[in-house]
Design a protein around this ligand. Structure first.
Ligand code: CTP
Length: 414
């Protein structure tokens, strides 16, 4: 239909980028017998006025229309027959040029070939024409399909990473997602851009977006390992050295998070994987650098304080490991983590020695369900005052946790 509207307005319309890549991959895997779904986010480029075209299409389809005038693009949200929302982003064919490395692109009008040439990698630089008459025609100006078939990530022009250093992270994401290889010349350009500090020139928000996309991949660890080895982590987070200990902690983080998902899912409320990963990566980073990093990536105000709290608790626990009796009581974990946020509780699980993990999970399960049958009000009536009330309630909670009293017996302690 979109192509038909193009004909009605007399402009060329193409679907481009990730959609074409995934379509060709899906066709290939279908031929191999595998099932792969085709995505519902579609990038469309027109040779003509993208905004005018978008408005026209939205009207014809009775779809929602949103304009992004700064980038000269618009989006249409359309509910298809299967009741799925399809997002169609429409842009005018453009040669993007960047005034300075790391900045968002300025836009200048041009044609489809130039538009494709300015894109990140060959696998993302194909288009399919949608106009009726030539519907389905694949435009492949730069041997892209061959790269896709042979599993190669290749930039199309030498300054690609310099103009947009977020592509460094994208290269790794696609490489790991598809099990492709970054072609040697592209790899050397990528490494050069990293070593020359181009990642540092990008705003924290744009880097963060790319990192979050990596974390949404099915196996983010692969890309993280690669970024660690290539010193990308070091260039993203100053004075942060990726080490084997960190790698083990990260692997454990994904296991722990899985455990929480299956067994303690309430603790995942308000938890962001991005924060958890940064707790692990930044656990040895000096404090002055942490201040800059938290500001750069828009981390919560209390991020450093929370990280330090967990580190302190972890150190205390490490020193008390010999005291078997103490660490075997559930109240011990209450004392250590009372007031912790969920992200801190999960990070502590990553740091705890394996032998304590069972107890710790048992504690989390129990405290989650723990309800006292008396309240502060009851204590007030009995003559307790101020901080005494809080202390008494905590004492009772600990006794319940340890099984020293049973639920319902709280009243005998006041
Ligand atoms: N693109 C680019 N440079 C970037 C980001 C995007 O050239 N830094 C181009 C690529 O052609 C890409 C398209 O814009 O295919 C759309 O980008 P995006 O939606 O981020 O990625 P997809 O390729 O659709 O990948 P994904 O499957 O991760 O959504």
């Amino acid at each position: 239909l979109i192509g038909l509207y193009g004909n009605e307005l007399g402009i060329n319309v193409y679907v481009v980028g990730g959609f074409v890549r995934d379509l060709l991959l899906a066709i290939r895997s279908k031929l191999n017998g595998a099932k792969k779904s085709i995505p519902y986010d579609i990038d469309v480029v027109v040779e003509g006025d993208g905004l005018l075209f978008g408005k026209y299409v939205a009207k014809q389809l009775r779809a929602k229309y949103v304009e992004h005038p700064k980038f000269h693009t618009c989006s249409i949200f359309y509910r298809n027959g299967e009741n799925k929302i399809i997002r169609i982003d429409i842009a005018t064919a453009r040669t993007e040029y960047y005034e300075e490395a790391g900045e968002l692109p300025k836009v200048e009008l041009s044609t489809i070939k130039k538009d494709l040439y300015r894109r990140d990698f060959s696998i993302n630089a194909m288009a399919i024409k949608l106009n009726s008459g030539s519907f389905g025609m694949l435009l492949d100006f730069f041997n892209c399909r061959k790269d896709l078939e042979e599993g190669r990530i290749r930039i199309l022009y030498p300054l690609s990473f310099i103009e947009d250093p977020t592509r460094i992270l994208r290269a790794i994401r696609f490489e790991q997602r598809f099990g492709f290889e970054i072609e040697p010349n592209t790899l050397s350009k990528l490494e050069e851009a990293v070593a020359n500090g181009y990642l540092e020139k990008v705003t924290g928000m744009r880097i963060r977006e790319e990192l979050e996309k990596i974390l949404e991949e099915p196996e983010p660890m692969k890309a993280i390992k690669r970024m660690g080895k290539m010193k990308i982590i070091f260039h993203l987070f100053e004075r942060t050295y990726y080490s084997p200990t960190m790698e083990k902690d990260l692997e454990k983080l994904f296991d722990v998070k899985n455990y929480f998902k299956n067994n303690l899912s309430n603790y995942l409320n308000k938890v962001r994987l991005f924060h958890l990963v940064l707790y692990v990566l930044l656990q040895y980073t000096p404090e002055e650098s942490l201040k800059k990093i938290t500001a750069r990536y828009g981390l919560p105000k209390d991020f450093i304080k929370n990280l330090m709290q967990v580190k302190n608790v972890y150190n205390e626990i490490s020193n008390e490991l010999k005291n078997k009796e103490k660490i075997s009581k559930l109240s011990y974990y209450y004392e250590k983590t009372n007031g912790f946020q969920n992200e801190q509780l999960i990070f502590l699980a990553v740091k705890l020695p394996e032998e304590l993990l069972g107890k710790y999970y048992e504690y989390l399960r129990k405290i989650e369900k723990l309800k006292l049958s008396i309240t502060g009000e009851d204590l007030l009536k009995k003559g307790y005052e101020g901080v005494q009330i809080k202390t008494k309630l905590e004492e009772i909670k600990k006794k319940l946790l340890n099984g020293e009293i049973q639920p319902g017996e709280e009243k005998y302690l006041i």
